[in-house]
Design a binder for this molecule. Structure first.
Ligand SMILES: NC(=O)c1ccc[n+]([C@@H]2O[C@H](COP(=O)([O-])OP(=O)(O)OC[C@H]3O[C@@H](n4cnc5c(N)ncnc54)[C@H](OP(=O)(O)O)[C@@H]3O)[C@@H](O)[C@H]2O)c1
Length: 330
């Protein structure tokens, strides 16, 4: 088929507002248009459609990562030539109807980001056991009956910590900062991988207590303790892995979520935040001469695992393509 007619087949036309083609997605994956529920009224894309849903969604790096990886895969496997990854801005109250509509339109897979990861648990017909424990899904795969939910954030964290710091969660003492959704996912991953002990610190004591209560059934004998960030326990061990799962550091004037100098010397510091690339916590780690890394690798590995769930292509094969896309975009 000539290139022009192939592209036309995959064109999404919304006269007079916009025209999106698979060619445009692949040639300029960083700038895939922001679509909404209205764009699903007449969805003419006949390729294999994937998408990320969020609110806001304009700054998501997922379309760039996935469309670059799909272009790379298509070079060796024609199966991926007509795969495209879109982005949709979906306010929380629209999520149920958008998910139903996307299923009706034939979408093959979805990613969910803020604020949908917890809300979507109610909307799936099947859920991976680990995602149920986390209470949040970030990846949905189409089944005939509806959506099957997964959570790839924990995998992304473990793979990122291994790649950037050379550390495994198994048998490692972990000091986890935060008690929100990301912390819960990280905690479940640490416990499931058999960490030596899990120490969780959070600014608001009530949120910390609720997280510890929720985690206890999954601890299976692994010591699980909470503490206030300004009062680290005296018996914290050396060589722990410190993971920041708070949002402290997203803004330039945020404080570090813990004073690293008050902890016994850690083996490494992983901050889930990637923008800005150097948070106050990572700057402190750097000044103390500690191995440290930001959340970019986690973003890549959770994305590669999602693509594996949709396509069957091992995450290890597409992660370098996604990482390359982010590096080139910088
Ligand atoms: N790299 C990745 O792929 C990836 C994936 C997922 C999430 N993340 C990042 O992880 C972070 C947390 O996300 P989330 O979904 O868990 O958010 P969340 O559910 O809103 O939880 C926010 C957490 O941060 C704490 N916090 C907020 N501001 C703070 C401050 N100024 N000082 C100390 N603690 C503060 C909150 O403590 P309180 O309980 O006291 O309010 C809470 O524990 C975000 O920065 C997100 O971008 C990255």
């Amino acid at each position: 088929m000539p290139r022009s007619s192939r592209l036309a087949r995959f064109s999404i036309l919304h006269p007079p507002r916009r025209a999106v083609s698979i060619g445009a997605l692949k040639n300029d994956p960083a700038n895939s248009p922001v679509l909404t529920f209205a764009d699903l009224k007449h969805w003419p894309f006949r390729g294999t459609a994937l998408a990320v849903l969020g609110h806001p969604i304009k700054h998501s790096l997922s379309p760039l990562m996935h469309n670059t990886a799909l272009t790379g895969l298509a070079q060796d496997d024609p199966r991926f030539t007509d795969w495209g990854y879109f982005r949709f801005d979906v306010p929380p109250d629209e999520l149920p109807q958008v998910l139903r509509r996307l299923h009706g339109c034939g979408f093959h897979g979805l990613n969910l980001t803020v604020p949908h990861k917890i809300l979507a648990v109610r909307e799936v017909v099947e859920i991976d056991p680990a995602a149920r424990l986390v209470g949040a899904v970030n990846t949905l795969r189409r089944t005939t009956a509806g959506w099957h939910g997964f959570n790839t954030d924990g995998y992304g964290l473990a793979a990122a910590v291994r790649e950037t710091l050379g550390l495994e969660l198994a048998d490692r003492h972990v000091v986890l900062l935060g008690a929100g959704g990301a912390a819960r996912g990280a905690a479940v991953e640490c416990l499931q991988r058999g960490c030596a002990a899990l120490w969780i610190a959070n600014r608001t004591a009530a949120n910390l207590a609720a997280l510890l209560d929720a985690l206890r059934p999954a601890a299976h004998g692994i010591p699980l303790r909470g503490f206030a960030p300004d009062a680290p326990p005296a018996d914290l061990p050396e060589e722990a892995l410190v993971i920041n799962a708070t949002s402290a550091g997203l803004r330039a004037d945020d404080p570090a979520p813990v004073d690293l100098a008050r902890l016994p010397r850690p083996a490494g510091v992983y901050d889930m935040i990637y923008n800005p690339p150097l948070t106050p916590l990572l700057r402190a780690a750097r000044d103390l001469g500690l191995p440290q890394a930001n959340g970019l690798a986690m973003l890549v590995h959770q994305g590669a695992k999602a693509l594996e769930i949709w396509s069957g292509v091992p995450a290890a094969q597409t992660a370098p393509l996604m990482a390359g896309a982010l590096a080139a975009n910088n």
